[in-house]
Design a protein around this ligand. Structure first.
Ligand SMILES: NC(=O)c1ccc[n+]([C@@H]2O[C@H](COP(=O)([O-])OP(=O)(O)OC[C@H]3O[C@@H](n4cnc5c(N)ncnc54)[C@H](OP(=O)(O)O)[C@@H]3O)[C@@H](O)[C@H]2O)c1
Length: 269
């Protein structure tokens, strides 16, 4: 298969590339500001905010499938418009599209979120991810939208945040629950979805919900760091308005996919 990974320089994109190359696929991977460090991948520079450039690249590469991962937390043009540009160009060349979405499009509630729960974003990043989904679905109803949660593994920003909080340089919330997933599990799930005909939103996250603070303690145990230094607070204490409990119910994905999505306690055992 001829696979295009947009965002191959990122945490998830690079792992998708590694696994796709190992599986024998021809892989083209795009980057924006960081080089692609995966052997066997043909790197191409791309700015997804440039609609014409996205179209030109897909017309040149003519992939069978596209895995779309790019985002910038505070940049609507990358996260929302970029996703739309990729979807339009993929549809034009008839490529299967796996779009990476996020639990950040939910407002938070005590009960877990199902695959097709409608977005209720609280902050601009969540709104951008919701807008991206809307655009992708409108352009290509056959695309699968992978809603995921905190991605952990080597190079993960979430793990680094845990280290920073253990060193007193950051704060982890005790009331912010998420379902972390290992990057290798998520990448394997994404690659399973490529040849499938699954369409629409699908939760693909770990089966175990933990608070950010609990994740920090798991990082301490895993890395042999002193848990006593962990700096924690509640969202209210920090004076913030952000999603608290966002648990993705990934049981449908777990039933559909061969990939086992491990819980965070197992991942950081
Ligand atoms: N990380 C998490 O915990 C988490 C949680 C939930 C959902 N997600 C979703 O999962 C996906 C992958 O996340 P990740 O952690 O792997 O992201 P990441 O490591 O931050 O990688 C982001 C990628 O986007 C690329 N990019 C940024 N601006 C671009 C632009 N203007 N044009 C083209 N490419 C651009 C980056 O390229 P350069 O580095 O070369 O600039 C990089 O390859 C995202 O869609 C994210 O919303 C992530």
């Amino acid at each position: 298969m001829n696979l295009l990974v947009v965002g191959a320089s990122g945490l998830l994109g690079a792992e998708v590339c590694r696994q796709a190359v190992a599986a024998g696929h021809r892989v083209v991977g795009t980057y924006h500001s960081t080089a692609v460090a995966v052997p066997g991948v043909a790197p191409l520079r791309l700015d997804v905010t440039d609609r014409a450039a996205v179209r030109a690249l897909l017309t040149e590469v003519r992939p069978d499938a596209v895995v779309a991962t790019p985002y910038r937390y505070d940049d609507w043009a990358v996260t929302a418009d970029g996703a739309a540009h990729i979807a339009c160009a993929a549809a034009e060349v008839g490529a299967r599209l796996v779009h990476l979405s996020s639990d950040a499009l939910h407002a938070g509630r005590p009960t877990p979120y199902l695959d097709d729960d409608v977005p209720t974003p609280l902050h601009p990043y969540g709104a951008a991810k919701a807008a991206a989904e809307t655009a992708v679905r409108a352009v290509d109803p056959g695309a699968v939208l992978v809603r995921t949660s905190l991605i952990v593994g080597k190079g993960s920003k979430q793990i680094q945040l845990g280290r920073d909080a253990l060193a007193g340089r950051a704060v982890l919330f005790t009331d912010e629950a998420r379902c972390p997933v290992h990057v290798a599990d998520l990448a394997a799930a994404v690659l399973e979805l490529v040849p499938s005909d699954l369409a629409g939103p699908l939760n693909v996250a770990g089966p175990e919900a933990v608070s950010r603070a609990e994740l920090g303690l798991l990082v301490a145990r895993h890395e042999g760091l002193d848990p006593a230094g962990l700096k924690t607070a509640t969202i209210a204490e920090a004076g913030l308005h952000r999603p608290a409990e966002v648990r993705l119910d990934s049981s449908r994905a777990a039933g559909l996919l061969r990939t086992r999505l491990r819980g965070i306690t197992e991942v950081l055992a």
